[in-house]
Design a protein around this ligand. Structure first.
Ligand code: NAD
Length: 371
């Protein structure tokens, strides 16, 4: 609801805006916000793909399932068309189901690829690959935050093996994004001028060895290289573009699983809130739609590697200098004074439906039809 009202208050006013959008990874985090910006800022119809556990009589669904149910209801109430596919986006079956449903909708003019997954079964070789979050080449030692115990601890992570580096690339690299793009193109589902976006992250010096120079960073490099190949493919076939957008660090299920990141994000939020430049997922995706992708000029601002930099405010020198200054000072005793950890905790709980002021948590709910 909060994200929808933010998107409605910030409409995409330009003549040029998306009409039909495919969001892969649409139920939580950046994918959900992208879908909300597309529908409620730009009034586009969307097809959302996600992998969520549906409810049983006595067991609730996963949070992303209810997010998607609520999204569809609120969009339909406003006359905005939505179609959902709940399945494994890495599989051929899921891609075929999407293609079948998309043929009834019409061509997409925007694709958002926003998957974050710990594993992938590659339909080409039948192997299941697992992603890991490890440094490459040497042992990683740094402080980290135990979010349950509210304690700053030291973390030591051994370097990844070559197999782990490769496996992580198979999961979070660009291979599956390429498959989606090629299949959609073969099925004539990409409109002239179609924009094809995938999300990436770079991050600060304090997480460099575990993130950008680690296994996940290698996979992101692969995603970015794939983006450059797909850019040529789309420009030659439909006069379109494939671009990677480097987004800001936010609280999501995926980012909370990365060592050191919750501590970095807690410090970052404190600094960016004080500077007045703090953004969550919805502020990021709405800025992407309204200021970068569809602002009027045909030139999308890109960095030297052809990437959109939505992390520009996070990476500002003044913000990063402050991180470098605070990082060595933070310890368990001053955690709340030096960081915005309580905001981090509130956002984390909200990911799973807790801590919303409008919800009466005492009330009985129908797990199957809650809305
Ligand atoms: P998230 O965990 O909130 O969302 C992941 C989405 O992927 C969910 O909708 C989930 O259902 C879907 N998904 C996972 N496995 C799937 C499968 N097999 N089939 C279909 N759907 C599947 O993650 P997020 O943090 O929003 O990450 C999305 C992207 O944004 C990632 O590429 C991530 O690297 C990037 N990113 C995240 C951050 C951050 O701070 N969270 C920053 C920059 C970039």
């Amino acid at each position: 609801m909060d994200q929808i009202s933010y998107a409605e208050k910030n409409p995409t006013v330009n003549m040029k805006k998306p009409k039909r959008v495919l969001v892969i990874g649409a139920s939580t985090g950046y994918g959900l916000s992208s879908r909300i910006s597309a529908s409620f800022s730009a009034r586009a119809e969307t097809l959302g793909v996600y992998f969520e556990r549906p409810p049983k009589e006595d067991k609730p669904a996963s949070a992303g399932f209810y997010n998607s149910l609520a999204f569809s209801k609120l969009a339909k109430d406003k006359g905005i068309a939505t179609v959902d596919v709940n399945g494994d986006a890495f599989s051929d079956e899921c891609k075929e189901e999407v293609i079948m449903k998309a043929k009834e909708m019409g061509q997409f003019d925007l694709i958002i690829y926003s998957l974050a997954s710990p594993r992938r079964t590659d339909p080409k070789d039948g192997n299941t690959y697992r992603a890991c979050l490890k440094p490459i080449g040497s042992i990683y030692k740094n402080k980290t935050l135990d979010t349950d115990k509210e304690e700053i601890k030291e973390i030591v992570i051994n370097p990844a093996t070559e197999e782990e580096v490769y496996s992580t690339e198979r999961v979070m690299g660009g291979d599956d994004w390429c498959s989606w793009t090629e299949k959609l193109l073969e099925s004539d589902l990409l409109a002239p001028g179609c924009m094809n976006l995938a999300y990436s992250y770079i991050g600060p010096e304090v997480t460099r060895a575990i993130y950008r120079n680690g296994t996940i960073g290698k996979a992101k490099e692969h995603l970015e290289q794939s983006g450059r190949k797909l850019d040529t493919l789309l420009s030659e076939s439909v006069n379109g573009r494939s671009i990677v957008s480097v987004n800001k660090a936010v609280v999501t299920q995926a980012s909370s699983a990365i060592p050191v990141v919750p501590l970095y994000v807690s410090i970052l939020f404190k600094i960016m809130k004080a500077a007045g430049s703090h953004e969550g997922c919805i502020e990021q995706t709405t800025r992407l739609f309204n200021r970068l992708l569809y602002e009027g000029s045909d030139q999308i601002p890109l960095d030297e590697h052809n990437r959109i930099r939505l992390d520009d405010w996070e990476m500002e020198d003044s913000i990063q200098q402050e991180i470098i200054k605070l990082w060595p000072q933070v310890e368990s005793g001053n955690l709340h004074a030096l960081t915005a950890f309580s905001d981090y905790q509130k956002e984390f709980l909200k990911l799973f439906g807790f801590g919303h002021s409008r919800v009466d948590y005492e009330k009985e709910v129908d797990l199957i039809n809650p809305f």
